[in-house]
Every structure is written in structure tokens, then in C-alpha cells.
Design a protein. Structure first.
Lengths: 114, 113
């Protein structure tokens, strides 16, 4: 049962254009959503997050949008740069068994072409 | 400050053997979580330890176990290794209060042959 889904395994965009990465979830109990970025041979690094009570959070070139009714969130990167090429993981936080637990999607590989 | 350190970085084991992976969290972080990353399944939660107690566990067989020491360092053990256990094992540490504070290590790449 996959509670967090990233349906696009890969995405390719031109430098300077917008990158939009999508994520769907099924569990209404998720209270926090996060995006992580991962380069090969490195661990994921935290990028941006959003609380379930908000619908938008912005940090520089990165903006996350949350549509609770659709159980959908997206990450916008504007403008995209070649250094943004990485695998992006969507994650959702749920309080379970006495602690917070992160549930991850399978990731979307973003390639930004110069 | 030093990040999350995982050792070893790479490991090759034979089916049926057991393996122990180590994770040293960021100083002051008391929560350590372990994840398995495979190409087809993404990151899957294994377990989380806080102050030497396992607080949460994912849907993995009993062959996967872990522990945390008084200095917050954590180990995970996999017994009777199977080919399907080949994966990148990631450790993340946090203060224990917010998922946004998770810092991941670079992982241990385990290959079972």
C-alpha cells in the first residue's frame, strides 16, 4: 500500500524554465510534507516543507503547493539550473507509535539541460 | 559541525551471512532513523530509536534489527542475508521533535551476492 506516490519517474527540462514535480498521497492523517533532494552516492538533503494547514510555502527558487482536497502537492523550481539535476523525493510525516515517521515516495529524477 | 556518519560506505556479503551497519548521529541528536533505498521501492522506513528505545518500526521481517547506545550511536543488523537485501541503507538523525530536522548520512551500499 503506497501512501505517497510520485508517478513520474523522470522529468527533463531546459535551463531557465520551470520544473514541476508532483506528489499524491492517500493518508489524511499526514500533517507535514517535505521535499528532499538526493545526488548519487549522497544521502537525501532537506529542501523545503509545508504544514498541512497551509497551501503554499516559498523559499527562493523553490515553492511547494499543497491541495488538501485533492491530496496533491507539487514542487516548483523557477528558474531551473543544471545543478538542480538530482532525484527528488516527496515525503509525508505522520505521528505513529509514539513518534513521527516519514513516508517517502519513490522519487523523480530531474534532469536540467543547459 | 560534523554530519551523520555511516560506516562502512560499501559492503559485499554472501547470502546467508549477517551484517552490522553503524551510524553516528550529529552531536546532540537523540533520534536515529533507518531507511532502506532500492531502485524500485524508494526509501522505506525500517525503524527509529530515541534515547536507546525503539519508538517505531516499519514493515520489515525480524531479520532486520537495530539498537541505540547511550551516546546515541546506532547500529542495524541484518541476519541471514538474502539477495533482495541489496540496497542503500540510510541513517537519519534529528533532535527528535520535527521531521524537518532530519539529517541523512551518505548511506551504506550493501551488495549481497
Amino acid at each position: 500500500d503506497q501512501q505517497v506516490k510520485q508517478n513520474s519517474p523522470s522529468l527533463s527540462v531546459q535551463e531557465g524554465r520551470i520544473s514541476i514535480l508532483n506528489c499524491d498521497y492517500t493518508n489524511s492523517m499526514f500533517d507535514y510534507f517535505l521535499w528532499y533532494k538526493k545526488y548519487p552516492a549522497e544521502g537525501p538533503t532537506f529542501l523545503i516543507s509545508i504544514s498541512s494547514i497551509k497551501d503554499k510555502n516559498e523559499d527562493g527558487r523553490f515553492t511547494v503547493f499543497l491541495n488538501k482536497s485533492a491530496k496533491h502537492l507539487s514542487l516548483h523550481i523557477v528558474p531551473s539550473q543544471p545543478g538542480d539535476s538530482a532525484v527528488y523525493f516527496c515525503a509525508a510525516s505522520v505521528y505513529q507509535g509514539g513518534s513521527e515517521k516519514l513516508v517517502f515516495g519513490k522519487g523523480t529524477k530531474l534532469t536540467v539541460n543547459p | 559541525k560534523a554530519g551523520v556518519t555511516q560506516t562502512p560506505r560499501y559492503l559485499i556479503k554472501t547470502r546467508g551471512q549477517q551484517v552490522t551497519l553503524s551510524c553516528s548521529p550529529i552531536s546532540g541528536h537523540r533520534s536515529v532513523s533507518w531507511y532502506q533505498q532500492t531502485p524500485g521501492q524508494g526509501l522505506q522506513f525500517l525503524f527509529e530509536y530515541f534515547s536507546e528505545t525503539q519508538r517505531n518500526k516499519g514493515n520489515f521481517p525480524g531479520r532486520f534489527s537495530g539498537r541505540q547506545f547511550s551516546n546515541s550511536r546506532s547500529e542495524m543488523n541484518v541476519s541471514t542475508l538474502e539477495l533482495g537485501d541489496s540496497a542503500l541503507y540510510l541513517c537519519a538523525s534529528s533532535l527528535g521533535s520535527s521531521s524537518a530536522g532530519y539529517t541523512f548520512g551518505s548511506g551504506t551500499r550493501l551488495t549481497v551476492v
